[in-house]
Design a protein around this ligand. Structure first.
Ligand SMILES: [Zn+2]
Ligand SMILES: [Zn+2]
Length: 155
């Protein structure tokens, strides 16, 4: 957990029950429960998780608009690996070293290996995952699936 993440995260953690003023206890998955009245509250991560469960795959900009959570916070969750961009998305975050597309994390596998070689073992926790299908223009996508079809028919 880096400092940037910690700062955003701690700011969003609910401590006191809004209903009765009782103390909240962490229940996991960004949810906090009041042991006095049973009310549950969520931190930013919990809110985003709930939003995604309800609305399905949504661009970060849209999530920020609908939940009121800053896009920076969402980015921090992506970099931290707590959120990930699903396969088939048109937009990905970029590897901080080489700029290739990533679904989450800070560095792609190749850059992680190189960085880890330079400074031993320090970068593995920041390793992200590249999407299997890279974002392409509509036509490029069509060509690709046609090619696959041909290959499949040949078998
Ligand atoms: Zn309460
Ligand atoms: Zn990279």
């Amino acid at each position: 957990m880096d400092n940037e993440f910690q700062k955003f995260f701690l700011e969003s953690v609910p401590v006191i029950c809004r209903k009765c003023g009782g103390k909240l206890f962490y229940e996991g998955n960004g949810t906090y429960k009041c042991h006095d009245c049973g009310e549950t509250e969520m931190d930013d991560f919990g809110k985003i998780k709930q939003y995604l469960e309800k609305n399905g795959v949504t661009p970060a900009v849209q999530i920020a608009e609908d939940t009121g959570i800053s896009i920076n916070v969402i980015n921090v969750f992506l970099r931290d690996g707590r959120l990930e961009i699903p396969e088939g998305s048109k937009i990905y975050i970029k590897c901080e070293r080489c700029g290739c597309a990533l679904r989450f994390g800070r560095y792609c596998a190749d850059c992680t290996k190189q960085l880890a070689g330079e400074i031993k073992g320090a970068y593995y926790e920041n390793m992200g995952q590249q999407p299997k299908v890279l974002p392409q223009s509509k036509d490029a996508g069509k060509m690709h699936s046609l090619e696959n079809l041909k290959r499949r028919n040949r078998k």
